[in-house]
Design a protein around this ligand. Structure first.
Ligand SMILES: [Zn+2]
Length: 89
């Protein structure tokens, strides 16, 4: 995790971020993780498809303010953890 938002808002993250966990679902590896919205700074839960590649980039709307965040996803070599950095489109 190297997002600048995490350093800026440690108090929110300490309260809200749950440990990452991995679930197998219908043959796909879904990694539950979080990102911090670049617009409203709320923590969003998101599912990363671990079978989609070690690095992924896609747009997901914030669950709070509905504005689009571009997510830069890096899947760990164990395929059990993923780190997500959000940026503005
Ligand atoms: Zn937002």
């Amino acid at each position: 995790m190297s997002s600048q938002n995490i350093r800026i808002f440690p108090e929110k993250l300490n309260l809200r971020v749950a440990p990452q966990r991995t679930e197998w679902y219908l043959g796909r590896m879904e990694i539950e993780t979080t990102f911090v919205c670049v617009f409203c700074f709320q923590v969003n839960n998101t599912l990363v498809d671990g079978s989609g590649g070690r690095t992924q980039e896609y747009t997901e709307d914030c669950q709070v303010c509905c504005r689009p965040n571009v997510l830069h996803v890096t899947v760990d070599s164990s395929l059990e953890e993923a780190s997500v950095e959000a940026s503005a489109p």
